[in-house]
Design a protein around this ligand. Structure first.
Ligand code: HPA
Length: 274
């Protein structure tokens, strides 16, 4: 019996090149739970993940499973409407191929968004947090098994200070609060216990979520300048009165998503002129 060789980034790139006429992009955006509507804003070609070899196939409700390659605010972009998570199949490198594809499309920048639970009363549900650094509380690296010395990725300033400044400036111009904070990656798919949240707070985290950290590690591995913004959908376990659930996350994300879209659009406009 022969088994098919696993899909490579080159396989997915071949499909994208054929559908887009060899489009090149500058910025990649990976959208989190309930935040996928930004794919609609892109003037370009939408490709279903199912048509892209090696792209996530299972999916999580609340995610839009398509890649859109085109322009947004004058910047050539690739917008990933949904992501694969470590908790789906126990693979921290679940997003390796899409991020390699992004680099293969010529991008130099990756901006990620996610839904997260806040530890800080000053960043309440409906607000946004600019990730300044992360704690890999899941302890998994997407680079385990990578054989080359490139695996020793430096993560100091993984969230690029200049790109963060662009996002902050855009938020200020839009009069939207965008406080910085440290994001802790919890494996999921279950939510945290209140005791775990108290611990993560002591460890220095300001918010918690189930994604982004492995993607930033991969982004840096592929040489991309990275930044990430959390849409706060709830106070983390034990800190608020809402009943924390995926339904609640999906229902609450659009509140912050509207603000996030304004910040992202203004940031891109600034990049288009630079
Ligand atoms: N914990 C983990 N992930 C999340 C949360 C949370 O409280 N809210 C949205 N995503």
């Amino acid at each position: 019996m022969t088994t098919a060789a696993p899909a490579t980034a080159a396989d997915a790139l071949a499909v994208i090149h054929a559908r887009t006429g060899n489009a090149r992009v500058r910025v990649g955006l990976i959208l989190g739970s309930g935040l996928g509507h930004l794919t609609e804003a892109v003037d370009g070609v939408a490709i279903d993940y199912d048509d892209l070899p090696g792209f996530p196939h299972a999916g999580v409700s609340g995610h839009t499973r398509k890649l859109v390659v085109g322009t947004l605010e004058g910047v050539p972009v690739a917008v990933f409407g949904g992501r694969a998570h470590y908790y789906e199949e126990g693979r921290a490198d679940a997003m390796r191929l899409p991020i390699e594809v992004l680099a293969g499309l010529g991008a130099d920048t990756l901006i990620l968004t996610n839904a997260a639970g806040s530890f800080l009363p000053e960043i309440p549900p409906g607000d946004l947090m600019l990730i300044s650094d992360h704690i890999n509380y899941s302890g998994r690296s997407p680079l385990i098994g990578e054989p080359t010395d490139a695996r020793f990725v430096n993560l100091t300033n993984a969230y690029d200070p200049a790109l963060r400044a662009r996002l902050s400036d855009a938020a200020q111009a839009e009069q939207i609060a965008l406080k910085p904070g440290v994001y802790a990656w919890y494996s999921g798919p279950n939510f945290e216990t209140p005791a775990e949240i108290r611990m993560l707070k002591i460890l220095g985290a300001d918010a918690v979520g189930m994604s982004t950290v492995p993607e930033v590690i991969l982004g840096r591995f592929f040489g991309l300048t990275c930044a990430a913004v959390s849409v706060i959908t709830n106070m983390a376990a034990g800190l608020g009165n809402e009943h924390i659930s995926h339904e609640h996350t999906k229902a609450s994300a659009p509140v912050g998503a509207a603000k996030l879209e304004r910040i992202l659009r203004r940031t891109l406009r600034g990049m288009a002129g630079a």
